[in-house]
Design a protein around this ligand. Structure first.
Ligand SMILES: [Fe+2]
Length: 370
């Protein structure tokens, strides 16, 4: 490639509809995806918030047959994905609709890969060339961004952590309707909002950031800034729900370009070992991550300014105010997390400065042994 001051690719192929009532208004686009769908959800939330009914009503009116798989738990594991894929193959499912937080959407992507490659078994998930059947994403929390990313994170008990599947699976269609969040609890709202915020932050500061991803993040941060008082007060009027969903989708579009960085990579062990919600795991590590950058770093300063925060201490205070983090840790715990994190050099490489084992240990120490 020619030497140039700027070179990047921008790719975001999900056909995305935003707005209250968007499934009913744009259901026709599902017609081209197939004649039989699997609706993939958790046990109850998609039923309670009305998303499942909106989807199945749309499918019924289009004459698309569907089966329900509602067994996706938090941090879906390989065994659940395998079980759903087996059913999908048996009944001839042609596309998948993941409704929920990150877990059902991520699981749908993994199930779609296994169902498209029945001969490969779970190997299909670790081979970047495996094809996928089409996926529709309907987020009912504002955090994961899975509706606009190519990522699917599943839990591998064998490795005691979470990992991205190798095939990149963008949703063919995404419906972003903030009304499904109107009844979401303050706890889940805040944990997922922090997940969205950390996507914006980690994308912005990643060594892979590019001109477009940075501008997108600046827009997302300015929207997120308007939600900060509501998150602290745990009051979420409809316009705040809309903004949180927008900020989450923008965070997703940003990490689809750059990937995530240290808080995500380091936080997986807190989720696996201590059952911290994903957003919380990232959030508790964020201040120390920002302080790992050289003092006076211009990008960190600009990021904080976009959020209306004066320094990293204010970021830490924000996380303390919106997350209920009460877990305790020992030095042995953080030594273990440090060792495990060093097994993911690709995540460490996203940090744009040299990073040692001691640096990683200190970030955990600062965040967890307060
Ligand atoms: Fe995340």
């Amino acid at each position: 490639m020619e030497k140039t001051t700027m070179a990047f690719r921008y790719f975001m192929p999900a056909d995305t509809y935003f707005g209250r009532g968007c499934i009913e208004a744009h259901k026709d686009v599902m017609e081209k995806l197939g004649k039989k769908a699997m609706v993939v959800t958790g046990r109850s939330s998609a039923k309670k918030n009305g998303a499942q009914k909106d989807v199945t009503d749309a499918l019924d009116s289009l004459g698309i047959q569907w089966v329900l798989f509602d067994e996706i738990g938090e941090n879906p594991d390989l065994e659940t994905v395998e079980r759903a894929a087996e059913i999908a193959v048996k009944v001839g499912v042609e596309f998948f609709i993941g409704i929920g937080g990150g877990s059902p959407m991520d699981a749908s992507k993994a199930i779609s890969v296994m169902a498209a490659n029945p001969g490969k078994g779970s190997d299909a998930l670790f081979d970047g060339n495996s094809a996928a059947l089409p996926v529709v994403a309907v987020p009912t929390t504002a955090g994961t961004g899975s509706e606009v990313t190519q990522f699917s994170i599943i839990t591998l008990h064998e490795k005691r952590t979470k990992t991205s599947i190798a095939p990149k699976v963008f949703a063919s269609v995404s419906y972003l309707d903030p009304k499904y969040m109107d009844t979401l609890s303050p706890k889940i709202t805040n944990n997922t909002a922090v997940d969205a915020l950390t996507h914006l932050i980690e994308s912005y500061l990643s060594g892979s950031a590019n001109f477009i991803s940075e501008k997108i993040v600046e827009m997302g941060l300015s929207i997120f800034r308007e939600c900060i008082p509501a998150l602290k007060a745990q009051q979420y009027p409809a316009e705040i729900r809309d903004k949180l969903m927008l900020a989450s989708a923008i965070g997703g579009v940003a990490i689809a370009q750059t990937g995530t960085s240290l808080p995500h990579g380091m936080g997986y062990f807190l989720t696996y070992e201590k059952h911290l919600a994903h957003g919380m795991a990232n959030g508790v590590l964020t201040r120390a991550y920002l302080e790992q950058f050289p003092e006076g770093d211009e990008k960190v300063a600009k990021l904080l300014a976009c959020l209306g925060m004066k320094d990293t201490a204010e970021m830490g205070a924000f996380m303390d105010a919106v997350l209920e983090h009460t877990e305790t840790y020992t030095e042995k715990d953080i030594a273990y997390y440090t060792e495990r994190f060093l097994e993911t050099p690709q995540k460490m490489a996203t940090f744009p400065y040299p990073l040692t084992k001691e640096d990683v240990y200190k970030m955990y120490e600062k965040s967890l042994l307060k």
